[in-house]
Write a new protein. Structure first.
Length: 348
């Protein structure tokens, strides 16, 4: 016996959302059933619904920024009780035995991590994401949402939060460090807030000056509109770390030129086309060009606790399910301030 829930699904690539019924499995001993309250719209959802990264299976129910409450627990669940507020991020299963899993980097599981949606779980079942009333997830992959975090505003932390916290922490964002954030959208605005909370000196590198006031409110010390080419002269060699959240083609050599000696530019934005980097941009000043993909469970919990301690949440627009299709275009047009979150009670 499974449980039927209502979900928002794209019936085919790029098509408007429709309401459908999906089945959630019966609880296994280590499963948690979650009544979903909120689901964020990440630009990755759009890339996948529109098949910008490759073919997907349809109907597709996106959503990998999920917050809700525990509705039921399996017999062996120890970390959660009914009523607890919990979250789920980008993946819902992995082998838990390989070195990556043992290191708490389940996203790099040797056997392949099971994505929250558009994937197949270990038993072959299709995974459906958070744009739905409920989900059943193995306990290991469920996060605790600390008290004091607003549930809607905390929802984007499950992807945008961990995706930016991970490289900020790995590459030492903190007091005395110059950190730049390229693109102030869903990921970028959270990156600014987290880097500021870590104590770094933070600069926004946005296309225009339109979001300057917000950037400073989010904790940025400096704000630069990169449409002004002088910025690249003014800031040459300035940064210790730059986090690039943009998925469009960027002149990466120009941005690498903003790094000082031994600086690192980390790409978290995921463009569908290959990007070009001139090796001399790296040789000079021993710079590094790196990538980063979300983060494992222990670090995601650490990030949530860090955000609770520092009062960091996303700045969100809570929307009705019927507006999700229109909001996909708004995200692409850069018109969302700064992350759209679906109020799941409006589905169906
Ligand atoms: P978003 O909300 O659309 O923000 C992207 C930002 O990029 C925009 O707000 C804009 O900032 C800038 N931008 C947009 N179009 C641009 C263009 N043509 N040229 C230059 N800049 C442009 O998207 P998001 O949800 O933050 O996601 C960003 C990227 O990260 C996506 O590719 C997503 O798939 C990827 N992602 C990766 C991971 C990972 O683990 N690596 C996780 C989640 C998401 P300004 O207006 O301020 O310039
Ligand atoms: Zn995401």
């Amino acid at each position: 016996m499974t449980t039927t829930v209502t979900a928002l699904a794209a019936p085919s690539a790029g098509a408007p959302f429709e309401t459908i019924s999906i089945e959630r499995r019966d609880l296994r001993p280590d499963d948690v059933r979650i009544a979903i309250e909120f689901a964020g719209i990440c630009h990755s959802d759009i890339h996948q619904v529109r098949e910008e990264w490759g073919p997907m299976e349809f109907p597709l129910v996106p959503g990998h920024e999920i917050v809700g409450t525990v509705a039921e627990i399996g017999d062996e669940v120890t970390r959660f009780a009914v009523g607890d507020r919990v979250g789920v991020g980008c993946f819902v299963n992995s082998c838990l035995e390989c070195e990556a899993c043992k290191d708490g980097e389940e996203q790099f599981c040797d056997q392949g991590v099971v994505q929250t949606y558009g994937d197949h779980d270990k038993d072959g079942a299709t995974t459906y994401g958070g744009y739905s009333q409920g989900v059943v997830v193995r306990e290991h992959f469920v996060l605790r949402i600390p008290d004091g975090l607003d549930p809607a505003a905390a929802t984007p932390l499950l992807c945008a939060g961990i995706t930016t916290y991970n490289p900020l922490q790995r590459y030492g964002a903190g007091p005395g460090k110059q950190v730049g954030v390229i693109g102030m959208g869903g990921l970028g605005h959270v990156a600014v807030k987290i880097a500021a909370a870590m104590g770094a000196e933070v600069s926004v590198l946005s296309r225009t000056a339109a979001k300057e006031e917000d950037g400073r409110k989010f904790g940025a010390d400096h704000y630069y509109a990169t449409e002004d080419e002088k910025v690249f002269e003014e800031l040459a060699g300035h940064f210790d770390l730059i986090v690039n959240t943009v998925s469009a083609d960027l002149p990466l050599d120009d941005y690498l030129g903003l790094l000082g000696r031994g600086g690192t530019l980390v790409n978290v934005g995921a463009p569908s086309k290959p990007q070009q980097v001139g090796v001399f941009s790296l040789l000079t000043k021993r710079r590094a060009f790196a990538g980063s993909m979300v983060g494992g469970l222990p670090q995601t919990q650490e990030m949530l606790d860090f955000c609770a301690e520092h009062g960091v949440t996303a700045t969100v627009e809570v929307i009705d399910a019927q507006d999700a299709t229109a909001y996909y275009d708004k995200v692409v047009d850069g018109d969302v301030r700064y992350r759209a979150v679906i109020d799941v009670s409006t589905i169906g």
